[in-house]
Design a protein. Sequence first.
Length: 299
Amino acid sequence: MEIARSKVVEAAKANGIEHKQTYAKEGQLLGYKAGRYAHARQFKRMRKVIKRQRTIFGRLQLEVARKMSSLSQAIQETLRLTLDKAKRLVMQTTSRKAVDNRAKLYSWHAPEVGCISKGKSRNPDEFSVKMGLAMLLKGNLILVARSFLGNPYDCYTMQEQIEQSAILMQCLGVKPEVVYTDLGYRGVEKDNPDIEIKHRCKDKRLTDEERRLLKRRQAFELIIGHLRADHRMNRCNLKGSEGDALHAVLCAAGYNIRWLLRMIVKKGLGLLLWLLQVSGLTGLFAKLAEIFGLNRLQN
């Protein structure tokens, strides 16, 4: 509520609207009180403070709406966007059932951010945008990295990731045939009839070779840890949903470049030059596809 009040005052002042009273000192004190009452579990007193904050915001909102009618259309649109976001914050304070969780505003500068449940005692929730990764089963090379707005369930993201991987590999004449996933991707066989999906629930139907390959999926969790710790996926500094999508691709590209540099150091530069001279760039990717199994993914 204090953020909504301060942002409305800042937007009005930047566009030439002066308030009779901004309630800056009272709003700051009310924010402190609400936090203290919530910490002490004195919710009746906390709701009384929040009600006063809503009253203050309502006065400021009516004053801005009354004075912005004399301004230009572009300035009115800018102020209307600010007021709409502030109204979303106010609606969230009325009751838990007033606004759907997917429509809640968790960050003023990034409205697309949602609340993702992590299920960990040290970090139960995370406020971010869901991202999907698909990597090769052998070689730990990331093939697909994309963001998903609205915090969809994991099984609803499988088809889009397979389509993107097929588009990226069509120049090689290779298509994904087998996908090894965790249990979050159960029940997607009907949507992907041409793909064999392997997970732990199918343990009795798996061969010994498939069980061994399924254990390779555990390496994927380490890749996610490296992306967050070493490749800046822990925090996105780009704005908007397009910034989130670009950030995911750039982090994965940085990981792949480091992977290729390690491969050159391990195998020797002479091997890479020999492959480029003998087969050309297309032949190099075909050779890598043959070595690391491009038709097998893990998600």
